[in-house]
Each structure stands twice: as C-alpha cells, then as structure tokens.
Write a protein that binds this ligand. Structure first.
Ligand SMILES: [Mg+2]
Length: 122
C-alpha cells in the first residue's frame, strides 16, 4: 500500500523533527521544508496528500504560502492544515475563514498527532 505523503512546513527545526518522527513511526511518508517559498516548489514537484503549515516564518508566511498553493492547478486541492502556537480566542475560526482546511495547535501532542492528521485526509 502506498504510504500517505505529508509535507511539513516549519522554520523551527525541532518542531519539524518531532512532527516527522511521530508521523514516520505511524508509517507516513514525510517531506520537510523550512519556508513558505520552499513549500510551493516542493508541493508542485511532488504533490503530497496533505500539507501541515506553520503560520509565522521569515519570508513568506504560512497564510501567503497557502494562498499561493491555491492558485496552481497542481496544488489547489491539497488540504492545508495550519499549525500554530497562537492561543488567541477565535484564531481557529479566523484561519479557517482565510481558507485553511484545518487547524492544529502547537506544541503537537505526540500521542494524538497522527490520528489528528489522519482525520484531515480525504
Ligand atoms: Mg514559525
């Protein structure tokens, strides 16, 4: 069976490695990039089943990267889940209204992370 391919985008290396380790243990195929810009080129070259996108990154933000992904026929239909450390009330509603397909809170919880990701797969 083909592994589910998840692209994780985060400028924080520790966040990337933790999320990657947890998903690889659960038999996902994981690609890591550390910027919004790279998420676009990588997703076009090898479209993943799902993208986990950090919001605050130097250069292109997660929001702008998601908007850019929506412009291309190749990447338009890939679910983009925002990963954010923000705990502001209403932030999840605001981000979903911006066009993200889902919202996950950082720090990730290793025990439930893979199931949360699976729940967003089509
Ligand atoms: Mg960040």
């Amino acid at each position: 069976m083909k592994k589910t391919h998840v692209l994780i985008v985060d400028d924080n290396l520790l966040n990337l490695e933790l999320a990657c380790d947890v998903l690889e243990l659960e038999d996902f195929h994981v690609t890591l990039v550390d910027s919004g810009e790279k998420s676009i080129t990588t997703a076009r070259q090898n479209p993943p089943d799902l993208i986990l996108m950090d919001l605050r990154m130097p250069g292109m933000s997660g929001l702008d990267a998601m908007r850019e992904l929506r412009k291309s026929e190749i990447t338009r239909d890939i679910p983009v889940i925002v990963l954010t450390a923000s705990v502001m009330a209403g932030e999840d509603v605001r981000l979903l209204a911006e066009g993200f397909d889902g919202f996950m809170q950082k720090p990730i919880s290793p025990a439930s992370f893979a199931d949360e990701v699976r729940a967003y797969l089509k």
